[in-house]
Design a protein around this ligand. Structure first.
Ligand code: NAD
Length: 238
């Protein structure tokens, strides 16, 4: 199939797409994550044990992440959405940053949540906390309960969000493009297999090759260089 004939295109993005913007992956850590041991701040058990410690971590991280700007890989997705007006193009992201939105991407699904949101565990409302430091004394503006706000982030050992949307997208996907994701974090790591089984063409953009046999094509290099080039070469009108 020619690139432009794809009708249902799904991007799966991971930490690697935001690395060129300066938000490191966990493995390529440069100080953003390693001031706190991940097992003390990134698991649901850690949050239940010591919520204020986890809130402190998030409150310190949030301004840096929210100040970060998108890079050419994020903008390439916007370009593709503008170039392929007849196709459905969705972005499933594992990232908690908001760089897809800042770059103008549409149809972004944050399966691991967003750092600028919190959810009240009592009434379920989701709040914009981009300018608010949440802690165990924060009052939910909706139900007025004290101390039940949880960062709207999927911690390790919690289920992902938007599973029914993901299931629907993977049911009909015909082009599946993974960008900057190591394939170590499940269930997202299994999406490539599902897409391939549904008959989609599957492509990986990463700085490291993957051993996953379900990728038809692997484009190795910095996604901020390889993805714009791919969109220009295969989707732009010449
Ligand atoms: P990961 O750290 O396991 O893997 C990142 C992948 O990106 C690796 O395969 C690496 O080779 C690749 N990569 C690094 N730099 C790249 C670049 N310039 N171009 C292309 N690829 C590049 O990340 P993951 O698979 O996304 O999973 C880790 C979890 O950590 C995720 O669940 C995510 O929620 C979370 N996380 C999020 C952020 C963020 O929001 N920006 C950052 C770090 C971790």
């Amino acid at each position: 199939m020619k690139p432009k004939q794809y009708q249902n295109i799904v991007f799966l993005t991971g930490a690697g797409i935001s690395a060129p913007s300066g938000i490191p992956t966990f493995r390529g850590s440069n100080g953003l994550w390693n001031n706190y041991p991940l097992e003390d701040v990134a698991t649901i058990e850690a949050f239940r044990r010591n919520p204020n410690y986890v809130h402190k971590f998030i409150n310190e991280l949030k301004p840096t992440i929210l100040e970060t700007l998108p890079n050419a890989a994020h903008y390439a997705i916007t370009d593709m959405q503008k170039l392929c007006l007849n196709a459905n193009i969705d972005v499933i992201t594992q990232n908690i940053d908001t760089l897809h939105e800042k770059a103008g991407n549409n149809h972004v699904h944050h399966i691991h949540g967003r750092i600028d949101n919190a959810r009240c565990e009592r009434c379920g409302c989701i709040l914009d906390v981009s300018k608010l430091e949440v802690n165990t004394k924060t009052i939910c503006p909706s139900c007025k309960t004290i101390g039940r706000l949880k960062p709207h982030i999927v911690f390790f050992h919690e289920p992902i969000l938007y599973t029914s949307i993901v299931d629907k997208l993977l049911e009909k996907v015909d082009l599946f493009i993974a960008v900057g994701t190591s394939g170590n974090v499940f269930p997202a790591a299994g999406f490539t297999t599902i897409a391939k089984q549904k008959g989609a063409k599957t492509i990986l953009f990463d700085i490291e090759p993957s051993a996953n046999p379900f990728f038809d094509e692997q484009i190795i290099g910095d996604a901020s260089e390889t993805l714009p080039k791919f969109v220009e070469e295969r989707f732009a009108i010449h």
